[in-house]
Write a protein that binds this ligand. Structure first.
Ligand code: FUC
Length: 818
């Protein structure tokens, strides 16, 4: 009855119309050249090729990456097996020994050292370190072999030198990255001439484009050349083209080959070769077009063939040949149109953020930290930082490429930190938290494809390292905490982190998220077996804890924190989430199989979240002292996975869930607001889901003050891109949430964001939202239903539900009463 009235009272609009004023232009800008790759150079990229622009005057350097340039793997060792060590029989024996020992030790711990409350009401708890007592050597026996793991590596540097070298000073220097258009620019005045350089990396044309211009004809004289940290390379010059060819130093003839070319096209002036350099004199304008490729091929099956037969030199030559048919303006237009087709799907305005022209980005960051910025300047920086996260995802993760790695696509040298690889115990997952919410669904695909690429070897790893409690074989597939592009699915060899078999389960969450936001049933059907097989691995691998009959992960190591025990909260939460996703996906697809019944049964028996005597959400199944002390603010808070990115505990949904939410607040308070960049980013998401907008905003401030470099890269330290992505996700969670079965608007609005608007934030169920707020209340709201699902929306203290028709926009703006 109520529902019917509601539908008729909606004003249906055909399309969404922007109702607020012009957003300020979003740019980072500086008044001196970059001297440092990590902190200062400006990132541009197209998901395949990345470049870092220094903007030097006499010598400009552009550091170049190609996403698939990796050492190690089968190119180094043709017998590469994904890192497996020892025989399955040996591993199973070791595993069973560890499991039984842990069961004994935990049983003993429960009997003799369980936490309790003393006569004065004080919680008495003890720590526990089973590894100390002979178990460590057995645990080390479960590690994998990382000898051929390899590393993501830099390809080259493009150099633009002055010819002849000039010692003339310059003034009016400016360097910027235009986030709204994905173009970097350097300008300066020298000898009375204004010089400009523009740089972008086009996705449709797969090229780096650099244009040099001046406001006086004939004043461009430069030398162009490549350098590279790669050791097995050949650089050659023919006519106006420089070619760099090579392979990673540890690869043989049958391994990875990379090629980069750059064509130099001057207008006016003269061009000549000098060794491996090209010199241009007195040109009016110079256009540089460069492309790069390798023969990497992502293996999606048990053939494990990682090299294609296509010669990357042909690929690059063809790409450049096509690009030179177009003018600079055509290339730029195509690039901007492509970029905006993604970037433009969402906009945000945090109130009064004004155009900030007088302060450079480094000054803005400093003022933010010192408290000397105006509120409008702070809002501008937060808005810029928000969209910078989206910019980075579009630039580092496009369909048809590998996912964004620890540094996105930008890495220096041959041994970047943690190999700039794919860490799957938080980092790569965090890279994609913003993808769906901020309307970048296409950019989400690479990580889902990557997960698919790990399944074949992951099945072998499951067999190689795991068995059921009774010793019989397990089904399904598994990966661990650190992965490369060659299907490394075995455990790592780092004692405190390698043991993370819950990684595959966690990666499957991206599949379910993709479905929930897009409602693409064919997609779900295609990827369903990957999720189900990851779940069956856990059905078989779970251990029945003899203390209470619940099913637990065993051994279980709270991510990078330990100690080894039974059923640490993070593992249990991730496994619960996977079972829940598979059950919901089966329901959607109307599948009912014996396997599904097994998954349901296991889910019912799974040990769940627990609240400790000190009121905390317990990190381990048993209460430990360090859970109560916060262990010096350890950066990993993975045990709150139930809250985020999981969906088991939703604040405000039920009294039971609110108790857990309260315990999670206690945990976060005990752990404190510190941590590495990504750790702070995660805490923004946690506090947003706990509906504490001011605390979430405090974490936004922490990340901007303590963990952001002047080019706005997140720093762990060192530079690690997950914090950028996680922060944009967290800021979105402050405005819209939809994980609890309904859409909630402004669930965690901080005092600092009194008024504002956004357009294009996505919600599960495939809804697109446009809203404005003032004084913390929604004043205008339009929801577009893309798939025709029923819509339940909570805002301004009320909940409304109504059926929808696909493709229709519902204007709820003036609905104060229903
Ligand atoms: C995880 C984190 C570290 C770092 C590394 C790349 O292992 O615990 O802090 O981010 O990934």
């Amino acid at each position: 009855m109520k529902l019917k009235k509601l539908i008729t009272s909606f004003f249906l609009t055909g399309s969404i119309v922007l109702t607020w004023g012009q957003n300020p232009a979003l740019k980072t800008h500086y008044n001196s050249p970059a001297t440092n790759w990590e902190n200062e150079a400006l990132p541009v990229g197209n998901g395949h090729i990345g470049a870092m622009v220094f903007g030097g005057v006499d010598e400009d350097v552009i550091l170049v990456n190609e996403k698939t340039l990796w050492s190690g793997g089968p190119g180094k060792n043709p017998d590469y097996n994904g890192g497996h060590r020892r025989t399955p029989a040996e591993n199973h024996r070791t595993l069973q020994h560890i499991r039984n020992t842990l069961q004994e030790k935990m049983t003993d711990f429960t009997a003799t050292q369980s936490a309790g409350i003393d006569a004065n009401g004080k919680v008495i708890a003890h720590d526990y370190a089973p590894e100390d007592d002979g178990l460590k050597s057995h645990i080390l026996d479960l590690t994998g072999n990382r000898d051929d793991f390899g590393s993501y590596q830099q390809l080259s540097n493009i150099h633009i030198g002055s010819n002849p070298a000039t010692s003339a000073g310059y003034s009016r220097y400016a360097r910027e990255l235009d986030i709204d258009n994905a173009v970097a620019k350097t300008t300066y005045l020298q000898n009375g001439i204004n010089y400009t350089r523009e740089y972008f990396v086009s996705h449709p044309d797969n090229i780096i484009v650099i244009r040099l211009t001046a406001d006086k004809r004939g004043s461009l004289s430069h030398t162009f050349y490549f350098t590279s940290p790669q050791e097995s390379i050949l650089i050659s010059v023919r006519d106006n083209v420089i070619t760099l060819e090579g392979r990673p130093a540890d690869h043989g003839d049958d391994g990875l080959k990379f090629v980069q070319q750059m064509i130099i096209i001057p207008t006016g002036g003269t061009i000549s070769n000098d060794g491996n350099q090209i010199k241009v004199k007195n040109a009016d304008e110079i256009l540089l077009i460069s492309s790069a490729a390798t023969n990497y091929h992502q293996s999606m099956n048990a053939g494990f063939n990682y090299f294609s037969s296509i010669n990357p030199r042909n690929t690059v030559e063809n790409t450049i040949h096509k690009a030179v048919q177009k003018t600079y303006t055509q290339l730029l237009d195509t690039h901007i149109r492509d970029y905006k087709s993604l970037y433009g799907r969402m906009s945000i305005s945090l109130g009064n953020a004004a155009n900030i022209n007088n302060k450079t980005t480094d000054e803005l960051l400093k003022g933010y930290k010192d408290g000397t910025n105006t509120p409008a300047e702070n809002l501008y920086l937060e808005q810029l930082y928000y969209q910078f996260g989206r910019y980075l995802l579009i630039s580092s993760s496009r369909k048809g490429s590998l996912p964004a790695n620890l540094q996105g696509i930008w890495a220096k040298g041959l041994t970047p930190p943690w190999n700039a690889d794919y860490h799957t115990n938080i980092n790569v997952q965090m890279n994609y938290w913003l993808a769906q919410q901020t309307n970048l669904s296409d950019c989400h695909i690479p990580v889902i494809e990557y997960t698919k690429s790990l399944v074949s070897r992951g099945r072998l790893t499951a067999q190689h390292y795991y068995c059921k409690q009774d010793g019989s074989p397990v089904r399904g597939w598994v990966i661990h905490h650190e992965n490369n592009i060659w299907g490394n699915t075995a455990p790592g060899n780092w004692y405190t982190a390698f043991y993370f078999p819950a990684a595959a389960a966690w990666m499957c969450q991206d599949i379910w998220e993709y479905y929930q936001f897009n409602q693409d049933i064919e997609f779900l059907r295609d990827y369903y077996p990957i999720m189900t097989d990851a779940a069956l691995f856990w059905v078989d691998n779970l251990w029945c804890d003899s203390r209470d009959g619940t099913l637990v992960a065993n051994p279980s190591y709270s991510p990078e924190h330990g100690p080894y025990s039974l059923g640490a909260s993070a593992d249990q939460a991730i496994i619960w989430e996977l079972f829940d996703m598979v059950i919901k996906a089966s329901d959607t697809l109307k599948y009912d199989t014996p396997e599904l019944q097994e998954i349901k049964k296991a889910k019912d028996q799974l040990a769940g979240p627990r609240i400790g005597l000190a009121g905390q959400l317990m990190e381990w199944k048993d209460e430990l002292l360090m859970d109560i002390t916060g262990d010096n603010g350890h950066r990993h808070v993975n045990h709150l996975h139930w809250l985020h990115p999981g969906s088991r505990i939703v604040s405000g949904r039920s009294a039971e869930e609110d108790l857990y939410a309260k315990a999670m607040q206690t945990t976060l308070n005990t752990r404190g607001d510190g941590g590495t960049g990504w750790s702070k980013a995660w805490k923004i998401n946690f506090w947003a889901r706990l509906h504490d907008g001011n605390r979430a905003h405090k974490l936004v401030q922490e990340i901007l003050k303590e963990s952001t470099l002047t080019n706005l890269f997140d720093t762990h330290p060192p530079f690690q891109i997950d914090g950028n992505f996680g922060a944009t996700s967290g800021m979105t969670e402050m405005l819209v949430q939809s994980h609890g079965g309904y859409i909630e608007l402004l669930p965690s609005l901080p005092d600092a964001w009194t008024s504002g608007s956004f357009k294009g934030i996505k919600a599960r169920g495939n809804f697109e939202i446009e809203a404005e707020w003032n004084d913390g209340k929604i004043t205008s709201l339009k929801i577009t239903s893309e798939s025709g699902n029923d819509c339940v929306v909570k805002y301004n203290g009320k909940t409304f539900s109504f059926p929808t028709t696909a493709g229709t926009t519902y204007d709820l703006s003036n609905k104060t009463k229903f």
